[in-house]
Design a binder for this molecule. Structure first.
Ligand code: 3HC
Length: 284
């Protein structure tokens, strides 16, 4: 099956990035949020990201206008009825996701593939509320979506081969490279990345080195674009805490246990870049 029209539900940082790559790759895309304020905010994020690309000479104004012309913004779930693929990028809450999958399953035609950008929740559990279990799959993008080249395809025990092939072609058409992971918390990348970030936070806790030196060590010693504490702030400490807890819950392996310092920072709202403060101060 060929994907001709896409739907994206949820326009946070990841959702708006996914929409940008879809419309820039030529896909008419229906987008929605839970209220008009968040819909407008998401639209503005998409526009300003493309404006930056125009200013840098990476996108022509004509192509920017054509891409924006492919957007249909809506608050009505019914408007997703013409989509061949719907990607949910909403809050990481299983009950809310299941409600969305139930609604989309009723509204979308039988051929539509339903995908989740979840970073750690069970895609199979989301699929279980639909009548199209073989057509439910994970499509896990990375932040910042327009820059990062990878998409993880998450295959449940019931995802059909046709669904995998269709989303693979779709991902390639966005100029991304695809890898396939089983439906277990963390998939491939977060399963390796999260323990590394937790270890870096633990090193701060025990005073093994300063945050600056830990970051510099990994940037210059391993050629990483960001050190682990800068990256943790970039991803969001609440997100890391949530993923770590989900992985610990599933695997009961201490390597996924959150350091106390991470829990404390999340408790006081020091979530990284998005809150203005994490391991570093972004208010300046
Ligand atoms: N949107 C679009 N383009 C962006 C961007 C954004 N938000 N942020 C940066 N860019 C582009 C810039 O325009 C620039 O493009 P150019 O070289 O063609 O001019 C290029 O990326 C490099 O940007 P900068 O020069 O401003 O800054 P850096 O060189 O420091 O790069 C970075 C920024 C790309 C974010 C780089 O630091 C990086 O790759 N960091 C690691 C990111 C990472 O690991 N992401 C994965 C997180 S894990 C995840 O998402 C999974 C989830 O489940 C937790």
């Amino acid at each position: 099956m060929e994907i001709k029209k896409v739907g994206v539900v949820g326009l946070g940082i990841m959702g708006s990035g996914i929409v940008e790559v879809c419309i820039r790759s030529g896909y008419p895309t229906v987008i929605s949020e839970i209220n008009q304020g968040l819909l407008d905010k998401g639209m503005n994020a998409i526009k300003s990201s493309m404006e930056r690309a125009v200013k840098k000479g990476k996108l022509s104004e004509q192509d920017q206008n054509a891409a924006l012309g492919r957007l249909t913004a809506t608050l009505k779930t019914e408007d997703f009825s013409g989509c061949d693929l719907v990607i949910e990028v909403i809050i990481e809450n299983m009950e809310i996701k299941k409600k969305l999958f139930t609604d989309m399953d009723k509204i979308c035609p039988p051929h539509t593939i339903l995908a989740s950008n979840t970073s750690c929740l069970s895609v199979l559990e989301m699929a279980s509320v639909t009548k199209r279990v073989p057509q439910v799959v994970g499509l896990h993008f990375f932040n910042p979506v327009p820059v990062m080249r990878l998409i993880e395809i998450v295959r449940t025990i019931a995802t059909s081969e046709e669904t995998i092939e269709t989303v693979k072609s779709f991902g390639q058409s966005l100029d991304k490279t695809l890898v396939i992971a089983q439906d277990a918390p963390g998939f491939i990348v977060n399963r390796l990345l999260i323990p590394y970030l937790l270890d870096a936070i633990h090193m701060i806790e025990i005073g093994a080195a300063t945050k600056e030196d830990i970051d510099r060590g990994m940037e210059l010693g391993c050629n990483h674009p960001m050190g682990p504490l800068t990256l943790a702030d970039f991803i969001g400490l609440d997100t890391i805490y949530f993923i770590a807890n989900a992985m610990y819950e599933e695997f009961k392996d201490p390597k996924y246990a959150s350091p106390v310092l991470l829990k404390k920072m999340v408790t006081i709202g020091n979530l990284g870049r998005k809150s203005g403060k994490g391991f570093y101060d972004y208010k300046k």
